[in-house]
Design a protein around this ligand. Structure first.
Ligand code: NAD
Length: 241
């Protein structure tokens, strides 16, 4: 499978990565599904919602505060780094559902954050929006205008930033290979991106230790973790050039 994937990459001019929580799992950042998806016995999927935030902003903020601290201490892993290094061989665009900023820290130059960023904080009412690693101690923290601050992430129940989403579709529409790494592909609309790539006859490659809802739509499925498979792909590409 890896060899077939590297053959497709060798011919490619533009490669789009669609990544999710799984690519950062080997950096010590928990995913939302499976055994990792619990925090103080709360289901992460239920906490990451706009309804949960307005029902209990203190609780949701305490969770985000822990996630922020964990993410600030985490380092990009070999999977993130391999994606950044692949820019040497063809155009690479990363469309990520992650909010952790690890692709950028690994050196990827073109990253679209579909679900926002946990590093950014914005006001629920005024225009305040700032990147900060400030450690909040009171939850929910308040803006200078007196209203509640929130992480600048897209919660379940909210729409994606439309400019980012439109640009993501354009990249998906004109890539030669799409590599889908570390995502269960169940979150919409990010899970429609492979269909845009398919319209351009792109080769779809999945990197995931488990099957996903869209495995039947893939041309190739590599059953390995991303920090194992991506460096191997990179070295195959290097050997072929
Ligand atoms: P998900 O939790 O639904 O699925 C994770 C997927 O990664 C699973 O299919 C799993 O089999 C796979 N996986 C686990 N370990 C892996 C590894 N080492 N290598 C490769 N694959 C691995 O995640 P999702 O599809 O991204 O969707 C859930 C939402 O969770 C997204 O909206 C995302 O914003 C959010 N999220 C982000 C982070 C982060 O920023 N790091 C962390 C948790 C959740």
């Amino acid at each position: 499978m890896l060899n077939q994937a590297s053959e497709s990459l060798k011919k490619a001019k533009k490669v789009v990565f669609v990544t999710g929580a799984g690519i950062s799992q080997e950096s010590g950042i928990p995913t939302f599904r499976g055994k990792d998806g619990l925090w103080r016995n709360y289901d992460a999927m239920k906490l990451a919602t706009i309804d949960a935030f307005y029902e209990n902003p203190k609780l949701v903020w305490e969770w985000y505060n822990e996630r922020r601290e964990n993410i600030f201490q985490a380092e990009p892993n070999l999977g993130h780094k391999a994606i950044a290094e692949l820019e040497e061989f063809f155009e690479v665009v990363v469309l990520t559902q992650n909010i952790d900023g690890l692709h950028q820290r690994a050196g990827s130059s073109k990253v679209l954050e579909l679900h926002g960023s946990i590093v950014k904080i914005k006001c629920t009412v005024c225009d305040f929006n700032e990147e900060t690693e400030y450690k909040f101690s009171q939850f929910p923290p308040l803006c200078n205008c007196g209203n509640i601050l929130r992480p600048d992430v897209v919660w379940f129940g909210e729409g994606l930033p439309q400019n980012v989403w439109q640009e993501a579709i354009e990249h998906a529409n004109n890539c030669d290979v799409m590599i889908i790494a570390g995502t269960s592909l169940v979150v919409s609309p990010a899970n429609t991106l492979p269909f845009y790539a398919k319209q351009n006859n792109a080769t779809l490659v999945e990197i995931n230790p488990s099957e996903t809802a869209m495995t039947p739509d893939m041309d190739l499925s590599i059953r390995a973790t991303s920090a194992t498979a991506l460096p191997k792909l990179l070295s195959e590409i290097k050997n072929k050039n």
